[in-house]
Design a protein around this ligand. Sequence first.
Ligand code: GLC
Length: 443
Amino acid sequence: MSEAAIPSDRALRDAALRVLADNRRGDATVPSPGLYPHQWLWDSAFVAMGLAAHDPGAAAAELLSLRRGQWDNGMLPHIIFSDTPDYWEGPDFWRSREVTGSPSGVDTSAITQPPVVTIAAETVAGRLPAEEGRHFLESVYPMLLRYHAWIYRERVRSSGLAVIVHPWETGLDNSPPWMELMKRAPGAPVGMFLERVGLGRLNTKRRGDTRKVPLEERQTNVETLRTKALAERYRSWGYDSGVILARSKVVVESVDFNSILVRANRALDAIAEALDRRLPDDLAAAMQKTEQALESLWDDESEEYFSRDFRTQAPMRTSSVVTFMPLYAGTCSAERARSLVAKLNDPRRYATPYPVPSAPLDSPYFSDRRYWQGPTWMNMNHFIAEGLRGAGYLDEAATIERSTVDLVRRSGFREYYSPLTGEGLGAGDFSWTAALVLEHLAE
Ligand code: GLC
């Protein structure tokens, strides 16, 4: 979409639906055919949310298609691989089929992503005719219950907060606080050596992603070497949560994952109620605890929320967009909400021409083009706008939604955008951007 042709709401809606139709493979939608030709967990949830108002049947099928990837222990993996061979961390990298309890007949990754799926299921059911809605919930509930039970059994410890163990589990792959933490995780030795002696271009050459998107818009080679090596270490431990939690240096009580979990828990509760079921008592009690524990991630000194390093129990004091996520959870006090809104409106921090940047302007990590270290992402804007609305900041929510739609009108359905110039970056024809724009237009 060129800057010259500014599409109307209707043209934008049609174009968004076209992107989603083109990216659909059977019941599942791929995030972007070139760069991401498989199914990603939270991407599918965003797609279902956006499609709910337009084609609730397709949205329901999208969520139900995730069942085929569920592990015996209940985990929903962050990627379900299609037969398309073209991916650099594909089935040969994860080798899920070698692990007991992985689903049969399908290759998947072996870590998860934030549980937006449960929130999407509640939204989709609300858009289906009553009888179909109930039928859909009957079909999807067992998967969701097993998933939440897995999160609570394998990932929630005494604090009441869930831990995640890899930056890819946040969905914000190279977000600054995680990249700070990852400095303690060794990268593949040969690759790190090449970087040290100035031969990094050999690492770049071996990457699949940078063949499709310029390196400056993706994570750095060093970040990639570390994140890949961490996943490989987990593979050597059989992806066993017990071993990972005992041995890994990268275990995080993440503010974003837990904020989404709080909303997902409430959705699970509502779904159970709609089906006249009762959640198991111990699960219901543990879910309640997460809600209370989330506020312990507030840092009085800087008046921000930070994720917490589970090992050291120290706050990960590197600012990023996830500080706004407890607004979405709806747990923060009026005073804390006010302080967050002040940050959003601060031109030295988050008030850029095309908000909301994934890292603040005053962060040493900030780059307007580099992936999760500055660019504006539609899904974060969705969470923030919803959170603001819930906290009573209706004008601020509407402003973000408007600027989000304008950004897409101007620069197309891109993966992310420069918060300074509005330029579209990363992958093109990006599904969740199309889906979340549909959601705004539907409102
Ligand atoms: C990138 C994003 C992640 C997303 C995936 C597929 O890895 O960081 O959040 O799920 O792409 O779109």
